[in-house]
Design a protein around this ligand. Structure first.
Ligand code: ZN
Length: 150
C-alpha cells in the first residue's frame, strides 16, 4: 500500500487499531458470518434494523488491516441510514473497488469509504475490502450460510 497517500493510510490503520462498532449488538434482527479464504479474514456482523433503518450495527472477527478497517468504516457509514441508502452504498462501493471508475462515483454517498479506493489497484486485497459488504448484503437478504468470497 506504499503509494496510498499518508493521510489515507493513517485513517485505515487507525480503524484497524481501534475498530468502530466492534462487538455484538443487543437484540440483533440480522446476523451473518463472512469468510475470505484467500486471506483468512473472518467477520461476524450483527444488525438491528427497525422500520427499514439500521439503528445499530456491530462486528467481531479477525482479519488483516484492510478487512478490519473496511468493516469498521462500513459500520460507521451505514448506521442510521435507510436500507435503500445502504443498498446504494453497497453498489457504489463495489463499483469503486472493482471497476475503479472515478467519474462514475457518488462520493458524497460513500463518505470516508472513498479512502479505500486505492485498494482497487491491488487485486489480491479487493476481497478483503468487500468481505464486510458482501456479508452485509447477504445478512439483509436473509441467506442462511456463511458468506465466502469467491
Ligand atoms: Zn484480508
Amino acid at each position: 500500500m506504499n503509494d496510498l497517500q499518508d493521510l489515507y493510510q493513517d485513517i485505515i490503520m487507525d480503524h484497524n487499531r481501534r475498530p468502530r462498532n466492534f462487538g455484538p449488538v443487543e437484540q440483533p434482527t440480522h446476523k451473518k458470518e463472512g469468510y475470505n479464504p484467500l486471506c483468512g479474514d473472518q467477520i461476524e456482523l450483527e444488525l438491528k434494523i427497525v422500520d427499514e433503518i439500521v439503528v445499530d450495527v456491530g462486528f467481531t472477527g479477525v482479519g488483516c488491516a484492510i478487512s478490519k478497517s473496511s468493516a469498521s468504516m462500513m459500520t460507521e457509514e451505514i448506521k442510521g441510514k435507510t436500507l435503500e441508502v445502504v443498498t446504494s452504498m453497497f453498489e457504489q462501493f463495489r463499483r469503486m473497488i472493482t471497476v475503479n471508475n472515478e467519474n462514475d462515483l457518488d462520493v458524497d454517498l460513500l463518505g470516508d469509504l472513498e479512502i479505500l479506493q486505492g485498494v482497487s489497484r491491488y487485486p489480491a486485497r479487493i476481497k478483503c475490502a468487500t468481505l464486510s459488504w458482501h456479508t452485509l448484503n447477504s445478512a439483509l437478504e436473509g441467506d442462511g450460510d456463511t458468506v465466502t468470497t469467491e
